[in-house]
Design a protein around this ligand. Structure first.
Ligand code: FES
Ligand SMILES: [Fe+2]
Length: 366
């Protein structure tokens, strides 16, 4: 076994629950292939956002691979009349991928030997199988993959360990008043960013506003740094950006707990890898996709509510903010591999979110 392998097997994450005493994650976490491999279990058991119901407006079969590079589970969303399902996209004959691209179809047909399935996953037809005993059985159907919704947003999970509501509860509670169902997905405003850094390093950076005055000079002009709010709630971290005045902020309902505050952004992190960023113009969902120990892709899904507000406030020019973040995170990736660095300390005032994330990693990784 390589040196890194031995270290990883021995490695336990140990984060003090008292932020004033705690040290950050061991730096190995951010580059060891062995540790990366062990994380599959964690991602297998976490809910993942994959898109919204509009994926099935024009087509009734939509295939993809769940977190390719980590979970690697091929699935296909299908719509049969009004029923939406998520099915395994692996043929029950010899394992070929059944549906190759989004389409409108009456049945799913495997291109290898012609096995056909109904849109609910039940096997429909198989050539040359007349003499096969006990065929077809339930095992020849495409299994369903667990799926649930928040508003029109679709989430799936490979190995279900908890309800979706347990994960998204704090976000739903705070932001249920927003008509997310009416937000429109805009593919032309959505994109994928590529970062030469570990996925968790990218999350660490997202989870603190500490770096805003240093790294995001323009964004900093929009936000009241002293009022920036961070709180770890169960498996989420909430950050609230407060504007300098009441321009470009949310019109909160009178009974809302934040009523009276100039909220210009709600940033909800859903453990381990999703970011739901609510702005007065709509919603930007970022899914952090671990591809390899030191390479990550971030899918940005843009949902527009009030287009006229897009170029204003903390939610304007997200591309610039993203590139500034990428540059700093890639710089940190080089630093954490140094022999002279292992663990740092947290600012109890400014790094509550990072500490909460590391505690969750400790809980689920060990
Ligand atoms: S693998 Fe699908 S029909 Fe053979
Ligand atoms: Fe940032």
């Amino acid at each position: 076994m390589s040196e890194i392998g031995q270290e990883a097997v021995k490695m336990k994450i140990n984060i003090d629950s008292d932020i004033k005493k705690a040290k950050t994650l061991p730096s190995k976490f951010y580059y060891s292939p062995k540790i990366y491999k062990r994380l599959k279990k964690l991602f297998d058991r976490s809910w993942q956002f994959i898109g919204d119901k509009s994926l099935l407006e024009k087509n009734n079969a939509h295939p993809d691979i769940l977190l390719e590079g980590m979970v690697n589970e091929p699935y296909v969303l299908t719509k049969d009349n009004e029923d939406i399902r998520c099915l395994s996209n692996v043929c029950t004959h010899r394992g070929n991928i059944v549906c190759e691209k989004a389409c409108k179809t009456k049945s799913l047909v495997c291109g290898y030997h012609g096995r056909q399935f109904h849109l609910d996953g039940k096997i429909k037809f198989m050539p040359e199988f007349n003499e096969v005993e006990n065929f077809p059985s339930n095992e020849d159907n495409l299994p369903e993959i667990e799926m649930d919704f928040w508003k029109n947003l679709i989430f799936i999970i490979n190995k279900k360990r908890c309800e979706l509501s347990e994960l998204i509860g704090p976000m739903a509670e705070r932001l249920d008043w927003l008509p997310v169902d009416e937000f429109v997905y805009r593919p032309e405003l959505s994109r994928t960013y590529k970062v030469n850094a570990n996925w968790a390093l990218y999350c660490d950076n997202y989870l603190e506003g500490f770096h805003i005055p240093f790294v995001h000079k323009d964004l900093n002009k929009e936000l009241e740094y002293e009022d920036y709010f961070t709180q770890g709630i169960d498996n989420t971290v909430l950050q609230i950006g407060i504007g300098k005045d009441d321009e470009n902020t949310f019109d909160l309902p009178k009974e809302h707990q934040d009523y009276g505050k100039n909220v210009s952004a709600y940033y909800f992190f859903l453990f381990p890898n999703m970011m739901f960023n609510f702005y007065p113009w709509g919603l930007s969902i970022n899914v952090v996709k671990p591809k390899s120990p030191e390479y990550t892709e971030i899918d940005y899904f843009t949902y527009v509510w009030k287009e006229e507000l897009m170029e204003k406030g903390a939610g304007a020019d997200l591309d610039k903010v993203e590139l500034e973040d990428e540059e700093i995170v890639e710089s940190v990736q080089k630093g954490v591999k140094s022999n002279s660095y292992d663990r740092g300390r947290y600012s109890p005032k400014r790094e509550i979110g990072v500490h909460h994330f590391h505690l969750l990693l400790e809980k689920y990784y060990n």
